[in-house]
Design a protein around this ligand. Sequence first.
Ligand SMILES: [Zn+2]
Length: 193
Amino acid sequence: MRNPRTTRPGRVTPERPGARIAVRLKGFGAQSLVATEPIVSTLRHLPESHLQGLQEIEYDPERIGQKAAGYFLPPRVYTPLPNLRSAAEYLPDEAKIVVYEFDSPASLYELLFHEIGHHVCRHVISGTIRKHWVTQVHPREPAVSPQGSRNALEDFAEAYALFARNPEQLRRSPAKHAFFRDEIFRSNGPKAP
Ligand SMILES: [Zn+2]
């Protein structure tokens, strides 16, 4: 029997007994910018349901080279802050996040929240809520970032990442802030002791 209060390094497991979410972290031992434990504890601050079905988060810098050789399509180049170079990708069919490149803990968390936002939009929320975002909330206000201006799904991921890091960051888009507060993060109540 597993003690749900014990977190093994390399896995994100819930604190709440009875929950069954466990995301495998793979490959992060190959870098020294961020230890596994802070990644685990950061992800545990998200609502548990947001990680449901997410199979794996892998750090795989080698795939950048493979992509260049033509085995993969180029990754989305994501520049959330000036002077940061980072890239990651959400693979929806595998429910997997691959992190290719980051240069600080902050840039890693920006990437992870953005890609988890894609997972939440694809696999966690209902079609009704997704449609509400695409047809009503997203068009009502300007995109929350240049990346978000690409389309409704990128704007969802960008807004998700802003709200996950600090809900106040989304205040300048009041409709989007209310949507994320009421529809996406409403289960994020106080954690059980
Ligand atoms: Zn994206």
